[in-house]
Design a protein around this ligand. Structure first.
Ligand SMILES: *[C@@H]1O[C@H](CO)[C@@H](O)[C@H](O)[C@H]1NC(C)=O
Ligand SMILES: *[C@@H]1O[C@H](CO)[C@@H](O)[C@H](O)[C@H]1NC(C)=O
Length: 188
């Protein structure tokens, strides 16, 4: 082999190894999921009729903390839904987009609204009535978010976050609101 061929061979090997090292570092780079909590939960305009039609606006203060020390998180799409006993009562799709720098908190208010929602399940209707009588509804809040982790524009990864917060107690009269509920966060 000539001297030039040796040098070219060396350079190619060097580039290949460098490329593999960068790829491994990239794959091994574990970003942390943000933490979520529901800090406050209230209800407005509650009306549940005798024929089981529900009107209510849930007012949920959602807090998110980016625990990652490197990545900023872009929330492109966020849906907040309110469940009771596995049934969806209301959802809010008007949220975001948000950008959250590493280490930062964001707080936003979701207002899922139930408008004339017919509750077909008699057991659920009974539960809602009993809880309303006690002025405290026990709900489950789900948050779905399409997010993008970014260090730089060229280094980013996209995920879906599935966030479940339970139990979230919503007071019907002011002063009976919830304490903060910490959520479970899954990323995929
Ligand atoms: C609840 O809804 C029913 C039917 O729409 C209405 O007649 C009633 O006045 C409402 N009650 C309240 C407290 O808004
Ligand atoms: C819910 O609100 C709508 C208007 O937004 C009204 O037409 C309907 O009668 C209300 N239903 C109840 C159960 O209050």
């Amino acid at each position: 082999m000539g001297k030039l061929a040796t040098i070219i061979c060396f350079v190619i090997t060097f580039l290949l190894l460098g490329g593999i090292a960068v790829l491994i570092a990239w794959l091994a780079d574990k970003m942390k999921s943000p933490m979520f909590s529901i800090d406050q939960a209230n209800i407005n305009g509650y009306n549940f009729t005798a024929d089981n039609h529900l009107n209510a606006t849930f007012i949920l203060e959602v807090r998110s903390h980016n625990r990652d020390s490197k990545y900023q998180i872009k929330y492109d799409l966020i849906v907040v839904s309110v469940y009771h006993s596995g049934y969806t009562l209301a959802y809010d799709t008007t949220l975001g987009p948000f950008t959250q720098h590493h280490g930062d908190d964001i707080v936003f208010t979701a207002r899922p609204r139930a408008r004339n929602v017919l509750i077909r399940n008699p057991e659920l209707a009974g539960d809602i009535r009993n809880e309303a009588r006690a002025e405290k509804l026990g709900l489950e809040v789900h948050v779905r978010a399409a997010v993008r982790y970014e260090v730089a524009r060229w280094k980013h990864k996209s995920y879906v976050l599935r966030i479940i917060c339970t139990p979230v107690f919503v007071g019907l009269s002011s002063g009976k609101g919830s304490q903060s509920t910490i959520c479970d966060v899954d990323r995929f």
